[in-house]
Ligand binder design. Structure first.
Ligand code: HXC
Ligand code: NAP
Length: 284
């Protein structure tokens, strides 16, 4: 699993990653640094992002600014943007990656449990998008949004309903602004990842015994989960100028998972060759 883009593909760019202290945001951030970008990472936990910033700077030799910002608080996002500009001179791209999620039958949720996810994932994304968009438009500067959704943004999914509603909203936001803000030279794209192991997702979506009961790789036609570098390669490309003509797109990276699970006869993969031989004989 190697980096895909040429050296310095992101040189001179400043990229803000919400939720950039852990998981997929951290892995994408690391690759952006390796490609020459300046990085700003934000999340609620100051100590987590400061530790990650230190670690990534030591590993890559790049520059990382950690700014504590809760995506549910518009002023904190504005502050993160202002600090990015004060430190690096400008902001070029935003990766809307921060999220919250858990599994639960919907009828067991309180309205506050529903709110907490929508507030982080949907409202947090449009707060960040609005703050960065206004900044770019006021400064007559080009910008790039990359939003992390998931494949149930369009299929929906039981047991993660607040997340599904929120990610569907983020997908609509992506496509809407891709058109509306293109006149300002602001692009909006999204990535829909399938299963990529992270502590944050696995602990909440496969808690306790579930991790032994359900192997996410089994649902994927390629029979494996994703590697963080594979996602980082795609994200870096969509954040870079190499993708300058891609706007309003959502790129799925899930090993074929969602199509497989929507296909009427996909389950026939469990039929052994010997049974296919019998079926063929019957047919003849
Ligand atoms: C039901 C729950 C719950 C659970 C919390 N609540 N956890 N309800 N099941 N497992 C309810 C609480 O009872 C409370 O409602 C309300 O939600 C707020 O809970 P708090 O614990 O006070 O919230 P908070 O401390 O702010 O934590 C937010 C969080 C937490 C979302 C619950 O998990 C978090 O901080 N997550 C951030 C990181 C994360 O989730 N990463 C995974 C992203 S993975 P009441 O009524 O009791 O007050 C992902 C993958 C997508 O998105 C696709 C995979 C293929
Ligand atoms: P993760 O490590 O838990 O990342 C979520 C990040 O969001 C954390 O760093 C968290 O930091 C931050 N965050 C949560 N609430 C926030 C808030 N109110 N304000 C600011 N930051 C907040 O999980 P992950 O798996 O890497 O997920 C990253 C993204 O990928 C999410 O959008 C998720 O939906 C998406 N995704 C993941 C998978 C997967 O298989 N892993 C699949 C599809 C999509 P703090 O707690 O410090 O705030």
């Amino acid at each position: 699993m190697k980096g895909m883009l040429q050296a310095n593909a992101l040189a001179g760019k400043t990229i803000l990653i919400t939720g950039g202290g852990t998981g997929l945001g951290k892995s994408i951030g690391k690759y952006c640094l390796e490609l020459g970008a300046n990085l700003v990472i934000s999340s609620r936990k100051k100590e987590v992002i400061e530790k990650t910033a230190e670690e990534l700077m030591n590993e890559t030799g790049g520059k990382v600014l950690a700014v504590a910002a809760d995506v549910r608080k518009y002023e904190e996002i504005e502050n993160a943007i202002n600090q990015s500009v004060a430190t690096f001179g400008k902001l070029d791209a935003v990766l809307n990656n921060a999220a919250g999620n858990f599994i639960s039958p919907t009828e067991r949720l309180s309205h506050r449990a529903f709110d907490i996810i929508v507030d982080i994932v949907l409202k947090g994304t449009y707060y960040t998008t609005l703050a960065a968009g206004k900044h770019w438009i006021n400064n007559k500067q080009a910008g790039t949004f990359l939003n992390i959704v998931t494949t149930y943004a369009w299929t929906g999914s039981g047991y993660v309903v607040p997340s599904a509603c929120s990610k569907a909203g983020v997908l609509a936001l992506t496509r809407s602004l891709a058109v509306e803000w293109a006149k300002y030279n602001i692009r909006s794209n999204a990535i829909a990842p399938g299963p990529f192991p992270t502590e944050g997702a696995w602990s909440r979506l496969l808690p306790g015994e579930l991790v032994k009961k359900f192997d996410p790789a089994e649902r994927v036609p390629l029979k494996r989960v994703g590697d963080h570098q594979e996602l980082a390669n795609l994200a870096a490309y969509l954040l870079s100028d190499f993708s300058a003509y891609i706007n309003g797109e959502v790129v799925t990276i899930d090993g074929g998972e969602w199509l497989r699970n929507g296909g009427e006869f996909s389950h026939l993969e469990t039929i052994p060759e010997s049974m296919w031989d019998m079926i063929e004989k019957t047919r003849k």
